[in-house]
Design a protein around this ligand. Structure first.
Ligand code: NDP
Length: 328
């Protein structure tokens, strides 16, 4: 497939080596709001052309685009790319409103193109194993999950994420959106209510939160606690799944690195479960490319992206109102 990149972003630089591992992919062009940044990105990544006009990029006859602009641009760029006949792998959060996400999903359907959401944590072999073990009843009936996804936002990313609510800044739209998706993926259940408290602990500016804790209630009664933060220096990420017969505990899996360690504790004691580290973005791109060729679905579809957004938006509404919120 011939690919274009919309957004000369940090994450685009990071995922390009993963896309290059997949046979048959030609990386063609980039579009940025800034001509010098587009030019520099194209040169560094070896792309043939650099653009500031999206319609110019879309006139190149591309097969697919990867959208990693700031969040408020995702919806309009996705609609334009779909109308130009491209498949779209869009970064999370898919959009800024559920109505925009619905329009994106509908347009992909009418244009017969694939729309994927880059929820990379689904690609983890460790998370796949946890999902399978939950489904197999390895720890009995699951009743609780704890997610500690608190990190320190590196200085080079301390821009719109901490001071621009209009661009979708804040830890809720940045990380709770991933945790909402991961919980749906692991539990194979839908979240119904959320109670969220947000705070600023030194990075968030104006109204933008840098820390959040939530309680999410799932169909079937599972309760999940999540903690997202931009200010947690030297913290390990943790995932703890609690069942009636045992528990699964993972450290270091809620990252971009694709590794982590997993332990099972039950009546037989504690043992580590070996899981291979994988390139999360390669696995995600591979599934997306296959989906574009008519084989299966992307790891996270447009609908999955809309549902994870619903969790995050309800979390923000809960934090603002001080009340628990139904997840639409
Ligand atoms: P960046 O801040 O690096 O890039 C976002 C946009 O900001 C770019 O498209 C670019 O806009 C502009 N920009 C980039 N660098 C500069 C600069 N030095 N000065 C001024 N403007 C700049 O954001 P991220 O790459 O971290 O995130 C982009 C998207 O990807 C977001 O939607 C985010 O949520 C998502 N993301 C997803 C991850 C995942 O693992 N799934 C991980 C990280 C991010 P333009 O090109 O128009 O000039």
């Amino acid at each position: 497939m011939r690919w274009g990149f919309i957004g000369a972003s940090n994450i685009a630089e990071r995922v390009i080596p993963s896309l290059r591992k997949i046979a048959g992919q030609e990386l063609v062009a980039v579009c940025s709001r800034s001509a010098p940044r587009a030019q520099q990105f194209a040169e560094q990544q070896g792309l043939a052309s650099a653009h500031t006009d999206l319609s110019e990029l879309l006139a190149l006859g591309l097969d697919a685009v990867y959208i990693s602009s700031t969040n408020e641009q995702h919806a309009a760029q996705t609609l334009a790319a779909l109308d130009a006949g491209c498949h779209v792998l869009c970064e999370k959060p898919l959009a800024m409103s559920l109505a925009d996400a619905a329009a994106m999903i509908e347009r992909a359907d009418t244009q017969g193109r694939v729309l994927g959401t880059n929820h990379h944590l689904r690609a983890s072999a460790l998370h796949g194993r946890v999902r399978q073990m939950i489904a197999d009843g390895a720890i009995g009936r699951v009743h609780g999950v704890q997610v500690s996804h608190a990190v320190y936002l590196p200085p080079h990313l301390q821009g719109w994420r901490i001071d621009a609510p209009g661009a979708g800044g804040g830890v809720v739209l940045d990380i709770l959106v991933h945790d909402g998706d991961l919980l749906r993926f692991l539990l194979q259940a839908e979240p119904r209510r959320i109670t969220t408290v947000t705070r600023q602990h030194g990075l968030g500016q104006g109204q933008v939160e840098d820390s959040a804790m939530s309680l999410i209630e799932f169909d079937g009664g599972v309760l999940a606690q999540t903690h997202e933060s931009f200010v947690a220096r030297h913290a390990a990420t943790r995932l703890h799944v609690l069942g009636t017969e045992g528990a699964l505990y993972a450290e270091g899996s809620l990252t971009q690195a694709g590794g982590g360690r997993l332990w099972l504790r039950d009546a037989a004691g504690e043992r580590e479960i070996e899981v291979p580290a994988v390139d999360l973005y390669e696995v995600g791109f591979d599934a997306f490319v296959r989906a574009c060729a008519g084989q299966g679905a992307p790891l996270a579809t447009g609908v999955d992206g809309q549902r994870s957004m619903a969790v995050a938006l309800a979390g923000l509404a809960s934090a603002a109102s001080g009340q628990s919120q139904q997840i639409d």
